[in-house]
Design a protein around this ligand. Structure first.
Ligand code: SF4
Length: 138
């Protein structure tokens, strides 16, 4: 689906060494398949009344103000949330806008269908993985 919109609860510019290499902009999606009791981003859960809808192009237009920093430091955009791996088509389209020079990272629990990961792996550079538990009852 081209130019689909996604709910984004916030973006954070000029992050250093916390969300991947170089200078990064953190983009936090609304929505997650988990419901961790200790969730640090509870606004990513629930009815999502605190979000803004972006198309990939709109998000690219907002992020590219920092392109010089991204290129100079081998940084880029880190998608978190929420669970970014629920939005493979959005991220694939974002890659088409930003081109190959930006680093694209994912912060994920990997608790998504394998097909989502297969769609994402060709277009992202690094995964920051936080496995919550291996016991499905927990
Ligand atoms: S995986 Fe992350 S965003 Fe999702 S509920 Fe757990 S802590 Fe919150």
């Amino acid at each position: 689906m081209k130019n689909q919109k996604a709910r984004i609860i916030g973006t954070g510019r000029h992050r250093l060494s916390t969300d991947g290499d170089g200078v990064t902009t953190l983009v936090a999606f609304h929505g997650c398949p988990l419901d961790c009791r200790y969730c640090l981003n509870p606004q990513s859960l629930g009815d999502g009344s605190r979000f803004r809808e972006y198309s990939p192009e709109e998000l690219y237009d907002e992020c590219r103000i920092d392109e010089l920093y991204f290129i100079a430091t081998n940084g880029g955009v880190t998608f978190g949330g929420g669970e970014p791996c629920l939005r493979p088509e959005f991220i694939r389209e974002f890659r088409r806008y930003c081109g190959p020079a930006w680093q694209l990272n994912l912060e994920t629990s990997l608790n998504v269908p394998t097909v989502n990961l297969e769609a994402l792996l060709p277009v992202v550079d690094a995964l920051i993985i936080d496995i919550k538990d291996m016991n499905p009852d927990i």
